[in-house]
Design a protein around this ligand. Structure first.
Ligand code: GAP
Length: 486
């Protein structure tokens, strides 16, 4: 684990050094749990988002995509239950004033016990915590913390406040005059923008159940314990799809999406052995089944995506709070030969964090390789083995020297390829150094134009993952890359 922690720290530094991720407002010492994506990170993030969007809205002919606003009418969040229920039990240390999420504090303690070989105590803590959380027994949670003498990481004392609820939504004011302004929230999930538009999309798109509405976009949560880099952020992006189904068929669709989403992650290059399902024992108030697809991050198995059978809870709540009928008329015939008629559809949701998927892909891609060369000397490189179809830059075009007409040939290739995929042109430094830089940002193909190219119109293509090289016709470069990034 210590080694994996080191590798994770190396990955974080690498992300900064190579323009993937920067701490937000770094020049002012940063803002906790908020990050900016740099030139390579933004492109990778867009490529992942595009793959998801394509897989949902293009590969499924019964799913359409929307882009709802971040700001929504405040009643939305009353109806959805977020104003009353979107909170976590917190506890403050009276000496340091540091606030902790109770479950994180107990989980951290349990992990420490595991590392010390006290597996029985570690498991006992988690079981007790789950039982107390399920019954909202806050006094019991405090007692569990005190009985185990769990200390604050800052003050090292066990001087705790009572356990209290803390809402995770950020709020702000809308309206220019203070007296007329109204409190609105920054959405904590994108799903509600889909629910409130259910009828708009169903009617204008003449959608027939079962059908889905997909959306990607920012969500905001005032996470108290925001650790592990971009794993848990205060501003993040979700890719969600709500699938509307006939009541009574939700379990079929839940199983379908459970399998379908895992398969999709595998298609993104994530090995099956690094993915697993985790069924929720304690269900949210709106769900009749829920699970996480977990990934084995460098810091352990953690949730990557949630699959939730949300029943008709959300649509019914919006119907009640808006006083507008939200129903669907199903004219398919039931076993008695009559139309199924009017009903509020049930919903199966798939919800994955784009940033979390980004971290998944980068933690798999990051490799620090060492090997012995034929002459016996040691060599090494840091490489991002990002799947070619989502790599930020697909092809580096490198004239061997910046004279003798080689840059002209390289520029012409660049002009030809750049309309089809993202290319990068570079003529400075020795070729080996340029290859290493391309490895570090994850460029899957490099093409070198040398003096021989002028004679035979052949170039050297170098493959990032195994560093092999071959001579191919200059005229075939674009097609070869296009085939490899499918
Ligand atoms: N609409 C359902 C929903 O929002 P969730 O389990 O709270 O469910 C779904 O969130 C996904 O969003 C998670 O599986 C995770 O990938 C991502 N996510 C949630 N909170 C996050 C945070 N603070 N930072 C980054 N990603 C987060």
């Amino acid at each position: 684990m210590a080694n994996e922690t080191n590798i994770f720290q190396e990955l974080i530094s690498h992300c900064k050094e190579y323009g993937y991720i920067f701490q937000s407002s770094e020049i002012y010492d940063g803002l906790a749990a908020v990050y900016d994506y740099g030139q390579n990170g933004a492109q990778l993030k867009k490529n992942i988002r595009d793959e998801w969007w394509k897989s949902m809205t293009q590969f499924h002919d019964n799913i359409v995509g929307i882009d709802a606003a971040i700001f929504m009418h405040p009643t939305t969040w009353k109806a959805s239950g977020h104003v009353d229920n979107f909170s976590d039990p917190m506890i403050d240390n009276k000496d340091s004033n540091k606030r902790y999420r109770v479950d994180h504090l107990l989980e951290g303690f349990s992990e420490d016990q595991k590392a010390l070989g006290n597996d029985a105590l570690a498991n006992e803590i988690i079981q007790a915590m789950d039982a107390l959380l399920a019954t909202n027994d806050f006094a019991g949670l405090k007692k569990l913390i005190e009985d185990n003498k769990i200390k604050c990481a800052v003050s090292k004392t066990c001087n705790w406040t009572d356990v209290r609820e803390f809402n995770l939504m950020f709020s702000t004011q809308i309206g220019s005059v203070a007296e007329e302004s109204e409190t609105i929230y920054l959405r904590p999930e994108t799903a509600q923008g889909i629910f409130v538009n259910f009828l708009n999309v169903q009617k204008t798109g003449r959608m027939k159940i079962p059908f889905g509405i997909a959306q990607t976009g920012k969500a905001f949560r005032n996470e108290i314990v925001a650790r592990q880099f971009i794993f848990r952020m205060r501003e993040f992006e979700q890719m969600e799809m709500q699938f509307f189904v006939r009541p009574g068929t939700q379990m079929e669709w839940y199983s379908f999406w459970k399998a379908e989403r895992k398969k999709w992650h595998e298609s993104m290059g994530i090995p099956a052995a690094k993915l697993r399902y985790h069924n929720h024992v304690k269900l949210a108030h709106y769900a009749d089944a829920a699970l996480d697809i977990e990934f084995e991050f460098p810091f352990g198995w953690k949730e990557l995506e949630g699959i939730h059978s949300r029943t008709d809870f959300d649509l019914k709540q919006h119907q009640e709070y808006s006083k507008k009928k939200i129903q669907y008329f199903d004219n398919d015939l039931n076993p008695e030969g009559k139309p199924f008629g009017n009903y509020v559809p049930y919903v199966v949701e798939t919800s994955v964090g784009l940033d979390r998927l980004f971290l998944t892909i980068l933690s798999l891609a990051y490799v620090n390789e060492h090997w012995t060369k034929e002459d016996g000397t040691e060599d090494s490189r840091v490489v991002l083995k990002i799947p070619a179809k989502i790599a930020p830059t697909k092809l580096a075009i490198l004239p061997l020297v910046k004279k003798d007409g080689l840059p002209e040939i390289a520029r012409a290739l660049m002009e030809d390829c750049k309309t089809a995929f993202h290319c990068f042109y570079e003529e400075k430094d020795a070729i080996g150094k340029r290859y290493r830089r391309m490895d570090a940002i994850g460029t899957p193909f490099c093409v070198t134009i040398d003096h021989q190219t002028k004679e035979d119109n052949m170039v050297t293509i170098r493959y990032r993952d195994n560093m092999t090289q071959e001579r191919i016709p200059l005229s075939s470069v674009k097609q070869l890359v296009l085939e490899k990034i499918q």
